[in-house]
Design a protein around this ligand. Structure first.
Ligand code: ADP
Length: 513
């Protein structure tokens, strides 16, 4: 089976959050089976070609039409992570991928619609039949209508799958934006097509909606999120479209990259352990990790427990609740570690000022930038990881934390609900209980749960250790999720009933040679 992923991120070379890790993990696991897996992403200026394995210029020049002009592109390839990685180098005058960042440019719509079309131009040139074109999030959603309406005759794609990693981001634009990339924008301003579902914006095009409507399957990144996005409360106005296409919606939980997040060999951390070690040995390793951070950040080594978060600081993640938890932890004589960064200047400034005000506080480790190494060190040191999200499609940080023996305290939503099982929930077998859940995204609900967690940590060390034992044993590998994706691909393209036609066969079948 030939699967082609289009995505905006690929870790570690182009990672802004969970999406990049998911693409690598899934692609690597799928490549282990008999599938041929290609991943195409933009060649951002910050990607160091020297860090890629055997980078090669694959296609020196091919064109992509935009605003009536043909723009030059090249395609690079590298043998990364067992799949074939392709990096699209755009020579567009606007320097679409020369911005030093993945997202957050005023012309993100133009950048990613261009990428969607250019990727299809490249695939057309390659002439390899594609069983599954797998799209991730709004950035590449336009590839679905483009593939079906503009490239259908020249690009043999059997089925299209869209994974929604976060429905909050939808790529809203004007119909002109579609004209620019070669579609007749006005024709897509229809309810059944790409017209925004929010009735206040009837002239708006919604790219993610295009992905939903034109795909053969829509995957949400956890079973609970797959149900939540069908509701008006959590569907960000796309719930009606999703309910209409309900038959093709399903949920598949993400895994985490077991090589990147491996406490038995992680070069960033002070002491190593694996899931076979006893909880007390794991706690001893954690003490080493704490000691290392205490030295760097002049923290009070006698304070405990350690609680913290590694997160984008956006409204979704409950930054107001994180700030409240920080205060509670100080009051309760613990240490709070917060590593975060925000694309929203007001939030970033707010947290930076908090850091200035609490300078040299012996119970606070605060860093407001993106720091991969520190993230590893924090997971290794924490006793508890807090994820107070208002919504959370899957969430990777609770999975990473558990692998590092940190107990998650999370809001019961999305993938958090599917992976964290409360230690006081009598309906869950004791061996599965691995953390704490709170139902409402309110200070009261969270604080009650923090108190429960601190109380257990201080007064019931045996139970706390059994949570560590259960948490480190959880299977968060890509093994099972990749199998579920494969099952879905095979349902869409049954191998026996649909043998791999060659490109020429398909053209002949359509009578257009
Ligand atoms: P999302 O994709 O919504 O940001 P996830 O929980 O799915 O959230 O994934 C977040 C990923 O990004 C995790 O690997 C986490 O460790 C990492 N991360 C988030 N913020 C930072 C930061 N400031 N520095 C380093 N890593 C971060």
């Amino acid at each position: 089976m030939h699967i082609v992923h289009l995505a905006a991120e690929f870790a570690p070379i182009a990672k802004a959050g969970g999406l990049g890790e998911v693409i690598v993990g899934l692609a690597r696991e799928l490549s282990k089976s008999h599938s041929k897996v290609d991943v195409i992403l933009p060649k951002y200026d910050f990607i160091e070609t020297s860090k890629l394995l055997h980078p090669k210029l694959e296609v020196a020049d091919f064109k992509c039409l935009e605003s009536g002009t043909l723009h030059g592109n090249a395609m690079w390839t590298a043998e990364n992570e067992q799949c074939r990685l392709h990096l699209l180098e755009s020579r567009h005058r606007a320097g679409y991928f020369h911005r030093g960042k993945i997202y957050g440019c005023e012309d993100d719509i133009a950048r990613f619609t261009y990428f969607s079309r250019a990727a299809l131009e490249y695939l057309k040139l390659k002439k390899e039949p594609i069983d599954i074109l797998h799209l991730h999030d709004w950035h590449v959603s336009l590839a679905a209508p483009l593939a079906r309406d503009l490239f259908a005759a020249d690009l043999p794609i059997k089925k299209i799958v869209l994974t929604i990693h976060n429905i909050e981001y939808q790529g809203k634009c004007a119909s002109d934006d579609l004209d620019r990339i070669g579609l007749q924008g006005a024709a897509y301003l229809e309810k059944e097509k790409l017209q925004e579902d929010d009735p206040s914006y009837p002239k708006t095009i919604n790219l993610l909606k295009g992905g939903i409507v034109y795909s053969d399957a829509v995957v949400a990144v956890s079973p609970t999120y797959a149900k939540e996005i069908l509701t008006p409360e959590m569907g960000f106005h796309l719930d009606a479209t999703l309910r209409k296409h309900k038959k093709k919606v399903c949920g598949i939980l993400n895994g985490i990259d077991q090589k990147l997040w491996d406490p038995s060999s992680d070069p960033a951390i002070a002491a190593h352990f694996d899931s076979e070690r006893s909880p007390s040995a794991i706690q001893t390793a954690k003490d080493e990790a704490k000691k290392a951070l205490c030295q760097i950040y002049s923290l009070d080594a006698k304070k405990k427990p350690w609680i913290g978060a590694v997160t984008r600081l956006v409204p979704q993640k409950g930054p107001e609740l994180l700030e409240e938890a920080l205060r509670q932890t100080v009051k309760q004589n613990g240490i709070f570690a917060l590593l975060g960064s925000s694309p929203i200047p007001k939030i970033q400034t707010h947290f930076e000022q908090l850091k200035i005000r609490s300078k040299n506080h012996p119970q606070l480790l605060l860093e407001f930038n993106y720091n991969e190494k520190l993230a590893h060190q924090i997971y290794a040191a924490l006793d508890f990881l807090l994820v107070p999200s208002h919504f959370e499609p899957c969430g990777l940080t609770q999975l990473i934390a558990m692998r590092y023996g940190a107990i998650p305290i999370v809001r019961a939503t999305g993938g958090l609900k599917d992976t964290v099982f409360d230690c006081d929930d009598g309906s869950i077998p004791i061996k599965q209980r691995n953390g704490f859940l709170f139902v409402n995204a309110t200070v009261a609900s969270m604080n009650q749960t923090l108190e429960r967690a601190f109380d257990l940590f201080r007064n019931n060390p045996n139970m706390f250790q059994s949570l560590i034992r259960n948490a480190v044993k959880i299977d968060s590998s890509w093994n099972k999720p990749a199998q579920e994706y494969e099952k879905l691909y095979r349902k869409l393209v049954p191998q026996s009933a649909a043998p791999n036609h060659s490109f020429t066969d398909l053209r002949e079948a359509r009578g257009r040679n």
